[in-house]
Each structure stands twice: as structure tokens, then as C-alpha cells.
Write a protein that binds this ligand. Sequence first.
Ligand code: NDP
Length: 249
Amino acid sequence: MRLKNKVAIITGGNSGIGLATARLFLAEGAKVAITGRNAKTLAAAVEELGGNVLALQVDVTDVAATEKAFAEAAEKLGNFDIVFANAGIAGETAVGKTTLEQFETVVRTNFTAVFFTVQAALPHLNDGASVILNGSVHAVLGIPGYSAYAGTKGAVRAMTRNLASELAPRGIRVNQVTPGATKTPIWNTRAMTEDAKDALEARFGSLSPLGRMSEADEIARAALYFASDDSANVTAIEITVDGGATSAP
Ligand code: NDP
């Protein structure tokens, strides 16, 4: 029970990495709020988590709605010890084909909304809280078709370090999980055949020395380290869970 008596809020907690993290944090004794846009997957997540979770339907790109949802969560569960700004979209598009709207959507979701998620949490954060941002290996890898997405994740990486300094006077720690390719619905896995899933695994597994994609639960375990008192004197760092992809020659 590494999170006993702690209150956590996880954006994008209705799917993939966020859902795996909610499951793990609950098992470790935390009170958990999850947010998401999609009412159907939010309801499914609540059911999967045994009903033991506060679910809030909110679009993270809507700053006022995010502030309202965070205030509601704090009122119902208590002030936060853990904030996981996890919600994000992938947005694979070649530079020559990307519209301004597509570009702005990925920036607004993966970068702007992360900043304003932290801002919305701030009035409800306990001193000594742990803020965790979700980055990506794309911040340091060059993979065709991802320059807009990669830019947002590079920005999140820079933001982690700067927020860590800014919030340190309150004992608030800010760290980042950095997933490599991870098996979640971000890859449209819900609609994929088993063969297509194998092809995905082969494509991305081959990029890492350990030869496979990450599981959502493996990213959740890195988030748990940052969320727990095990990392009480750790701030401004990232844990990369990518099978070694970012260090491969
Ligand atoms: P999923 O698609 O499974 O989950 C994404 C989550 O973000 C969903 O819960 C989704 O909610 C939420 N979300 C997206 N846009 C919004 C929005 N505008 N408002 C509210 N919620 C939103 O993917 P993952 O679990 O893989 O992704 C989680 C994070 O991990 C992302 O930041 C992603 O960039 C990062 N990541 C993932 C990798 C991977 O290979 N899977 C690799 C590197 C980083 P809803 O469905 O309701 O819209």
C-alpha cells in the first residue's frame, strides 16, 4: 500500500496508460479521480475499476471545464497528492500533409492542455505533492510523420524541468514518464485484428534492443515510483520505458 491515504487525479484515465495507472494506484491504496472525454469508455473504466473511482467527463483543451472538474474532484476526494497529466493524442502526419488545424489540435492537446492541467491542479495541490507528466521517446527519436507530435513532447520535457524548479519551494516534485511504443488504444488497437497487432509489435519492437513494445502497466509502474514516497527527493527527471529504443545505435 504505497499510496495509502493519498489522493490522485489522472487525466485520460479512461484508456491505455491512464487506465492502467488508475488500476495500480487504487491497488496501492489511493483515492483516484479519472478524467476523459468519451462517456462510454469512462463508464467502462469505472466498471473495470470496480466502481471505486470518481469519473469526470471533461475535454482537457477546455481550460475552464478542466478547472471546474479539478475543483469538483478536490471537493469530493480532498486535495491532491498526485496529478498525472497523461491525456494525449498521437497525430501521425507527414509535414507536407499536415493542416494548421491538425497541428494546432496536437499542440493544444499534448502541450497547452498539460500546462493548464497543472495550473488547474495548483490551488488544490497539497504541499509535497507529486506531479507527473507523460512525455514520449519521440522527443529524442527521429521517426518520420511525427514532427508535430514530437515537438509537443519535447516541449513537455522542457516543461517538466522548469515546473520542477518553480514548484520546489512548496516541496512539489515534477517528473515525467517517457513511454516508448506502448500497446494502447492510441494505435487503434480496439479495431485491429490480431495480425495487425502482431505487425504493430514487429514494427515498433524492432526499434528497441529488448525487441518488444511496452505494456501500459509498465508505464504505470514508473508513474507509481514518482507518485510514492520512494521518490521523495526526486524531481525534474524522466523514467524512460522503451526497451532501450532511445539508446539503440
Ligand atoms: P490512449 O488513446 O489509450 O489514451 C489517451 C487518453 O487521453 C484517453 O483517455 C483520451 O480520452 C485522453 N484524451 C485525449 N485527448 C483528450 C482531450 N482533448 N480531453 C480529454 N482527454 C483526452 O493512449 P495512451 O494511453 O497510449 O496515451 C496516454 C499518453 O501516453 C499520451 O500522452 C501519449 O502521447 C503518451 N504516449 C503513448 C505512447 C504509446 O505508444 N501508447 C508512447 C509515448 C507516449 P478519450 O478517449 O475520452 O478522448
